[in-house]
Write a protein that binds this ligand. Sequence first.
Ligand SMILES: *Cc1c(COP(=O)(O)O)cnc(C)c1O
Length: 235
Amino acid sequence: MSTIAHNLQVVTEAINVAAREAQRMPNEVQLLAVSKTFPAQAVFEAVLAGQRAFGENYVQEGVEKIGQLAKMRSCTPLEWHFIGPIQSNKTRLIAENFDWVHTIEREKIAQRLSEQRPEGLHPLQVCIQVNTSGEASKSGVLPADAAALARTVAALPRLVLRGLMAIPEPEDDFDRQRAAFRVLRELYEQLRAEGIALDTLSMGMSADMRPAIHEGATIVRVGSAIFGARQYNKG
Ligand SMILES: *Cc1c(COP(=O)(O)O)cnc(C)c1O
């Protein structure tokens, strides 16, 4: 078995254990394999092991990999999620190539993605990124502004609003990790109570997926625990 296939088994088992601890069904938690900085061959090994959903942070790199994978295994439909910061001059490539976007934080970006989503593709599935710590330096909309942005996004014709996403500050302690995810989960419940249709909580990465699953994550975004340590020698 390849290392990647082995790691996928370990991560899947950890998701199942955490779901059971939280008295949730393991199939309520989807594993998004974050393949940023890793080559198409690594994605291919994960596909051979049964993984179908992949996350990318950099537009150019992601689009290149999507093209390479389409050639390698055209019969298996893969699901590509964009999870990085979005510059407005990159929205067209995202709209044309990805299935999901987790990092909507501005109305203007959402409008461009909706306008640029090709007619032949199903609508783009999106999450709003929330700045759960409230620090000005962090990405994401402030919790107080999330409802207004959610209503705007939900009204765009070529987008389907699915949920909320956050990347909390790294913490070592389980309870502190969990507290940050609770902020997102409570906001999610509040928006649903206000009548906004949402079914997705995108939260938890390699180091904190267990507390995220305890707080209700429906997508965990896991990179290094599957593909190994990343080397950042690119922009
Ligand atoms: C890189 C990244 C991940 C995966 O992080 P790991 O610690 O490698 O699991 C998840 N989400 C986002 C937004 C990322 O940029």
